[in-house]
Design a protein around this ligand. Structure first.
Ligand code: 13P
Length: 349
């Protein structure tokens, strides 16, 4: 299947009532792990690359690796998404390269650190929406500010500092016409999300529910959704690592989100932990080894296991064959003639 529009993928997820994992990549092994997991579980999937990943791997390597994935797994709907674009130019360059979806994170200024005003966020996001939709490309926006830092991008601090205001979320969706809306409900990027074991609800689920009530048809996005499983932390520490005790987002909270409009679930850290643990184990137990394949193969398998589990937990498993790809040119026509709506349905408070 050619690379598909993320809008199509999320519209289908809404029809089916499931969430889709968006997994970050920097290299070939991560892409292979995701595609094998998608095949194993028969799942549609989003592969995303941040600015940091684009700088690390170089654009053309990344693009062609992900394109190769779509050729090798024609049965899997696959969207290629830019994670946390910091400016119009960054999003434009991703679109020109061949990404089928971009995130314009206008919640922060272009430095990727300083919170931006609502007006600045609306202006830059709308500029990206106009450019992208004309070309059939999906846009994710963000309202509210996530916690933590990932690949140098983020305001830092806890995820509870700038949670999304539901009224602003409505105004933002109306003014920008984004296809998907990332909201801040207490999650943060990275391994250190919560310093005590979550008891009951750790996220501001009341905010998510309020936003979903007002914007019942808008695809919501949960960033910072790694669960940071204890067993993956333990493997790293057992083989010489030094991770401090930490907790992530319980999968049940993500599932509650999925029952309430969350269609895209971002996961990076869990895969990083799985990879690093597997590599440490091989190097610790067999220090004589020096062929990278001896540790990259188990690393790839460990990541595949995590991704396949998340695909099952998010509900996307079993849905790869539900639909055929609509071409990006057709999607562009849909935005133009209004069959793909960019006006959110807004319900009363
Ligand atoms: P985690 O650090 O929780 O995996 O979040 C990743 C993410 O949100 C990427 O945008």
């Amino acid at each position: 299947m050619p690379l598909v529009s993320m809008r199509q993928l999320l519209d289908e997820a809404a029809k089916g009532g499931y969430g889709v994992g968006a997994f970050n990549v920097n290299d070939m092994e991560q892409i292979q792990a995701i595609m094998e997991a998608a095949k194993q579980t028969n799942s549609p999937v989003i592969i995303q690359a941040s600015r940091g990943a684009r700088a690390y791997a170089q654009d053309r390597y990344l693009y062609h690796l992900i394109l190769a994935a779509s050729e090798l797994y024609p049965e899997i709907p696959l969207a290629m998404h830019l994670d946390h674009g910091n400016s119009f130019e960054t999003c434009k360059s991703a679109i020109e390269l061949g990404f089928t979806s971009v995130m314009m994170d206008g919640s922060l200024k272009a430095d990727g650190k300083t919170p931006a005003s609502f007006e600045e966020n609306v202006a830059v996001t709308k500029q990206v929406v106009d450019f992208a939709h004309e070309r059939g490309i999906t846009v994710e926006g963000e309202i509210g500010v996530l916690g933590g830092v990932e690949d140098g991008h983020g305001a830092g601090g806890s995820g509870l500092e700038h949670v999304t205001d539901p009224d602003q979320a409505v105004e933002f969706a109306e003014k920008t016409g984004v296809d998907a809306l990332a909201i801040a409900i207490g999650t943060s990027h990275g391994a250190y999300k919560f310093s005590k074991k979550p008891d009951g609800s750790v996220l501001k689920m009341d905010i998510l529910l309020a936003i979903h009530k007002r914007l019942p048809k808008t695809h919501l996005v949960m960033h910072g959704s790694s669960s940071v499983p204890k067993d993956l932390q333990d493997i790293i520490n057992q083989y010489g690592g030094k991770l401090k005790e930490t907790w992530g987002v319980p999968v049940e909270e993500i599932q509650l989100g999925i029952r309430n409009g969350v269609r895209k679930v971002n996961v990076d850290t869990d895969n990083r932990l799985a990879i690093t643990g597997a590599i440490r184990k091989v190097l610790w137990e067999t220090p004589e080894k020096f062929d990278p394949r001896d540790y990259l193969k188990p690393a790839r398998e460990a990541m595949q296991k995590v991704v396949a589990l998340r695909m099952t937990q998010f509900g996307q498993a079993g849905h790869a064959g539900d639909y055929q790809a609509v071409s990006i040119a057709e999607i562009a026509k849909g935005y133009k003639n209004g069959s793909l709506s960019t006006k959110p349905l807004v319900a009363d408070k």
